[in-house]
Design a protein around this ligand. Structure first.
Ligand SMILES: Cc1cc2nc3c(=O)[nH]c(=O)nc-3n(C[C@H](O)[C@H](O)[C@H](O)COP(=O)(O)O)c2cc1C
Length: 375
């Protein structure tokens, strides 16, 4: 399982893994893949601590950082203060959130628990501060989601000898990214967990590969085993970019209630909903999502207002979901892709990588045998 991307990054397998959990990132890189830490949920100070930990535990293997700089949001690229944004959240929406939590008997956050960060890295300055922190570490790749990164950011990253990758859901977006100086395109199909477009991986990947040739492309969305990885490479990708599968590995820091939900979920149990961030993101179908689609829903707000509105509610749901008998359980969920239907056991990160490689080799040999037999 070798492609040009392996030589470019000095990795054994072209398997890229997105995770918010530093333990998973380090374990993937140590197993021969390439771990990428999702920075969005961290403050600049916390990101510094996470990356320091990875540096100390990754045995010198290459890794990357994923930031989010939305090309479109309610801020229209302007840096506005948190207070200005808070004033833009209608009372009707706050009332709706409180009504849902009351219906499910979810109390306020325990006093000792700190209030959650509501703005995340979604403002232009937030994303840039993540880039500055990341470049102080021996990272090999910075990845951006939700639109082309600003040109000066790309140039700044390149000056440090670090490559830039970006997620896309359409071929025309991929072309724009390459024009903006991006080195590697992640073609992410609608099956994927998190923010996602409408085109399926099977259709999207060859379109993107052809549109941006010879730029390397990683296939994403619905890839969690060796057969899916073989299909991705057959479609012309240089490697795979995975996310969902790492949510239920031994090293994952996800709550056990949500992990159990993932292990039980079928591939039809996810839905694209704006209720988390204001942009369509695939996630587990829960009563929380259903409430936002129900007749009483005031509708979702634009990014970043929607997450600012629901961050405290999500923290409350998380804080009480673990308690037996708590109705917060019915509301608890996570971003996750359709491949959740195949996530039925908790494995170690190393086993996920090795199982994927082994199945990849088996399938390629099987296809080669078919060719040889056909003469
Ligand atoms: C819980 C979760 C959170 C995600 N958050 C981000 C994010 O902050 N930035 C990003 O670029 N991609 C994010 N993604 C998308 C992944 O980078 C990746 O493209 C996707 O998971 C691949 O498809 P798969 O879920 O079918 O493996 C997230 C995915 C999941 C499952």
């Amino acid at each position: 399982m070798r492609t040009r991307i392996c030589d470019q990054f000095g990795i054994e397998f072209p398997i890229f893994a997105f995770s918010h959990c530093r333990d998973v990132v380090a374990a993937v890189s140590k197993a021969g893949g390439f771990g990428v830490l999702g920075a969005l949920a961290f403050s600049a100070e916390q990101l510094e601590l996470e990356l320091k930990w990875i540096d100390e535990h990754v045995d010198g293997k290459p890794y990357g950082v994923d930031i989010v700089m939305p090309a479109s949001s309610v801020t229209a690229g302007q840096d506005v203060t948190k207070e200005m944004l808070e004033k833009m959240i209608p009372d009707q929406h706050k009332k709706f959130v409180e009504e849902v939590l009351t219906r499910y008997e979810v109390p306020a956050l325990p006093k000792e628990q700190p209030k959650p960060e509501t703005l995340l890295g979604w403002t232009p300055s937030g994303g840039r501060s993540h880039v500055d922190v990341a470049l102080r570490h021996p990272i090999k790749l910075i990845v951006n989601a939700l639109g082309p990164p600003p040109k000066d950011v790309v140039d700044h990253v390149h000056k440090h000898g670090v490559k830039v990758a970006a997620l896309v859901g359409r071929a025309d977006q991929a072309k724009k990214q390459v024009e903006a100086g991006v080195d590697i395109i992640v073609a992410q199909g609608t099956e994927a967990g998190g923010h996602t477009g409408e085109i399926a991986t099977m259709v999207l990947v060859p379109e993107v590969v052809d549109a941006v040739h010879p730029t390397p492309v990683l296939a994403a969305g619905g890839i969690a085993c060796g057969r899916q990885a073989a299909a991705a490479l057959a479609l012309g990708a240089d490697g795979v970019w995975t996310g969902s599968v790492w949510m239920a590995v031994k090293e994952s820091d996800l709550s056990s209630v949500v992990v159990d939900k993932l292990l039980a979920a079928k591939s039809s149990d996810t839905v694209r909903s704006r209720s988390m961030t204001g942009k369509p993101a695939r996630q587990l179908k829960t009563d929380w999502i259903k409430a936002w689609e129900g007749p009483d829903s005031p509708g979702t707000l634009q990014m970043p207002l929607q997450f600012m509105l629901v961050a405290d509610a999500l923290a409350r749901i998380g804080a009480y979901a673990e308690k037996p008998e708590s109705r917060a359980r019915d509301l608890a969920g996570t971003a996750i892709g359709q491949v959740v239907g195949r996530m039925n056991t908790v494995r170690s990160t190393r086993d996920v990588i090795y199982d994927m490689v082994k199945e990849y080799i088996d399938v390629v040999e099987r296809m080669k045998k078919g060719l040889d037999e056909a003469g």
